[in-house]
Ligand binder design. Structure first.
Ligand code: SAH
Ligand code: CA
Length: 217
């Protein structure tokens, strides 16, 4: 919401994030970037949880990644996965300039195989404090099962775009095929989370909607 952005978010947005937003603005998929108001909330969560080790799926030019890197402590670590390194390379000079690149381990890969590889090493199980999931929405269900093993009990998993531009409450007939499909998937995913006894959940309608999950056991 513009009001929230203007009164609370932009005045406090760190300079490197403003810069990243500016260089992303001319990208044809600039709308992929995490909404700054959602980002501000992520920042609070990261601090509250005291996150030291986190992972992110879906980096794009790196708004949420840079935000995370700026927020966690100097010895914190972020495993960042995206199958497209080109868009990450757009934001990388700003991440380097902000002197937080040492916290980031970027893996160019599809997310499911990368998760499976992480799970091959038992030391990774239950080792993450946090996860931000923002890659392809048709795989959210597949990510969830894997991420639940990697995040520790009490750890937080945040899924982005869980309101799918509000289409979750729009009549199907009013939408084109792209949104129809996405809507279907997100509705299914949201239902599966609501029925998952392993987590606490809260959907926050900032940006395109974020679902915060806390692993209970
Ligand atoms: N969090 C980012 C936005 C991510 S946009 C930000 O704040 O800017 C979604 C990203 O997911 C894209 O960069 C796309 O390349 C990536 N992606 C899509 N499908 C994927 C998959 N199956 N595995 C890994 N990454 C994927
Ligand atoms: Ca997103």
């Amino acid at each position: 919401m513009q009001y929230i952005l203007e009164t609370n978010v932009y005045p406090r947005e760190p300079e490197p994030l403003k810069e990243l937003r500016a260089i992303t603005a001319s990208h044809p998929q600039a709308y992929f970037s995490t909404a700054p108001d959602a980002g501000q909330m992520l920042g609070i969560l990261l601090k509250l949880v005291g996150v030291k080790k986190t992972k992110e799926f879906g980096v794009f030019t790196g708004y949420s990644l840079l935000l995370t890197a700026l927020t966690i402590p100097n010895d914190g670590k972020i495993v960042a996965i995206d199958m497209n390194r080109e868009s990450y390379d757009i934001g990388r000079p700003i991440i380097e300039k902000a002197k937080v690149e040492h916290k980031i381990d970027f893996i160019e890969s599809e997310a499911v195989p990368a998760l499976d590889k992480m799970l091959e090493n038992p030391a990774n199980e239950g080792s993450f404090d946090f996860a931000f999931v923002d890659a392809d929405k048709n795989n959210y269900v597949n990510y969830h099962e894997r991420v639940m093993k990697l995040v520790k009990v009490n750890g937080i998993v945040v899924y982005d775009n869980t309101l799918w531009l509000g289409t979750v409450v729009q009549p199907e007939s009013s939408l084109n095929d792209y949104f129809k499909e996405g809507r279907e998937r997100i509705i299914k995913f949201n239902k599966s989370l609501a029925a998952d006894p392993r987590i606490d959940i809260s959907i926050v309608p900032l940006g395109d909607g974020l679902t915060i999950c806390r692993r209970l056991y």
